[in-house]
Structure formats: C-alpha cells, structure tokens
Write a protein of this length. Structure first.
Length: 276
C-alpha cells in the first residue's frame, strides 16, 4: 500500500455548460453537492471555478468565498484549489480570491495557444500571483501546458518566488497546445525530476485524452486529474453521468495498477499541507 495516488476533480471549469452536459454543476449549491459526491468517491483535491447565473465564468471573490465555505463544511479535509485561470478575469482580477487563503491555487507560469486564442500569462502577472500565494501560504499547482513552463517553475522556485517542493500538473490534449504524446509525457517527468528532485506531479488530459492521461499517470507513479471541466463525455456515445462517476473510474484504474487512492490525510502529507 505504498505510493498513494492523489485524485484531483475539476468539477466545473470555465467552458462546459448545461447544454453540453446537464451534470455540469454551475451554482454554488450544485458545485458543493457534486464535489461532496466526488470526495466520497475518492477525490482529495477539488479544482474550482465559479460561474455567474448565466453560466459565464467569473473571478468574483464573494462567489469563491461561498464555495470555499460550503466545501469546508461538507467535504472536511478535502484540499480546495481555486483557479486563477485567464478565462475568468483580466490581470490581477484573476487573483482576487487569494486572500481567502485556500489550500492551493492554480498558477500558469507562461503563455501558450488555446483552441481559439492565446492564453496570456505575462511575467509580471505571474510574479504577482506567485507573491500573493506566498503571502497567503497557498501552495501553487503549476499548470504546465508546455515544456518551458516546467523550466520557468523551477526558475521561480530558485528565486524564492515559489516554495519547494513543486507540484506540477502536465496538461495535455488542449488543441493548439501540447498534445497527449507519450514520449513527451515521459520527458516531462524526467525533466521535472532532473531539475527539481523531490517534486510531485499530476497528469491531466482534455477531452478523450482524459482517460489516457489518467492511466499514464497512475502507471508512472504520479497523481492525476479528472472531472467535467476537462471532459463531459464518458465515451463516444455517452455523456459522463457525474464528477463522482469519473472519479470512480480513476479509482478503478488505481486498483488495476496496484496504487492505493490517497486519503485526504495522505494527500495533505504528500503535498506538505497543514492538517485540519
């Protein structure tokens, strides 16, 4: 029962809507309910976005505060990770929720192409977001959409702008960004371990690549992410019934590869987060 696998559930995201899959949780109440079911299925990190009533994304700190309160009440011990992603706001608005002091927050350290636009992360904004996370004792999850992002995260760590050890998520399968390519995935792992020994990593695949990255990550000894943010389908013919169902599928892969699913206590210990 060594090397537990942390399962992260990305419950909502900025893009999926009810018309894409009715199971996508939009309201705070829906998100809390969906996350609680995923938590009970084995997820120990909740990656969170918030939405307006019309389903558009927002960085509204008040909405994040309500979500954080609900998750802490109904999912005690679960690691709450708030998104500072670029679809939800502009510039420093993206970090307006960081004074809420979540356990973790996402941090993209460089720019790259997305399906229809450039995902812009200017160096001064990255530095500011990193400093806010440092000030509020929030552990960043580095979103690596490109190999250069791993190098940049290591540079930020060496400069004292991010605390060691790093936690890096390899995001693969976004159109116009890094495809889900196994040799590249393996090189990501080798590069991170060479440049920042002792780091932890997670694999996240988008769309049909979600299950692919889940299995690659579990088999390679890392952690992994699932959820309706990245993939609203179960397979080509069916929509995913819920976030919890996607988590249960990952838990089954863990069993297949003889990896125990990390408890929230183990996940906190692995990531160096305070106990609750």
């Amino acid at each position: 029962m060594s090397n537990p696998c942390i399962i992260c559930v990305a419950i909502t995201g900025s893009l999926p809507r009810k018309e894409n899959n009715p199971a996508v949780p939009i309201t705070i109440e829906e998100q809390v309910e969906s996350t609680q079911a995923a938590f009970e299925a084995g997820a120990t990190i909740a990656h969170c976005h918030v939405r307006n009533d019309d389903q558009t994304p927002t960085s509204d700190p008040e909405k994040f505060a309500r979500l954080l309160e609900g998750l802490r009440k109904h999912c005690p011990g679960m690691i709450v990770q708030l998104s500072t992603g670029g679809r939800s706001g502009a510039d420093r608005e993206r970090g307006g929720m960081l004074p809420l002091k979540p356990d973790m927050a996402s941090l993209s350290v460089g720019s790259n192409n997305f399906p229809t636009r450039v995902y812009e992360n200017a160096p001064d904004l990255v530095d500011w977001l990193a400093s806010e996370m440092l000030n509020h004792d929030i552990k960043p999850e580095i979103e690596a959409f490109d190999l250069s992002h791993i190098h940049q995260a290591v540079n930020l760590m060496k400069q004292g702008k991010i605390k060691a050890p790093l936690y890096v998520q390899f995001v693969m399968g976004v159109k116009n960004a890094m495809p889900a390519d196994k040799p590249t995935f393996d090189f990501y792992i080798e590069t991170l371990e060479r440049l920042a020994p002792g780091s932890q990593w997670c694999g996240a695949g988008v769309g049909a690549n979600q299950l692919v990255l889940n299995e690659w990550s579990i088999a390679a000894g890392g952690h992994t992410r699932t959820g309706l943010e990245d993939n609203v389908r179960w397979d080509k013919e069916r929509l995913a019934p819920s976030n919890a169902a996607l988590v249960e599928r990952v838990a089954a892969l863990c069993e297949k590869h003889e990896r125990p699913v990390a408890t929230w206590q183990q996940a906190r210990e692995i990531l160096g987060l305070k106990a609750v």
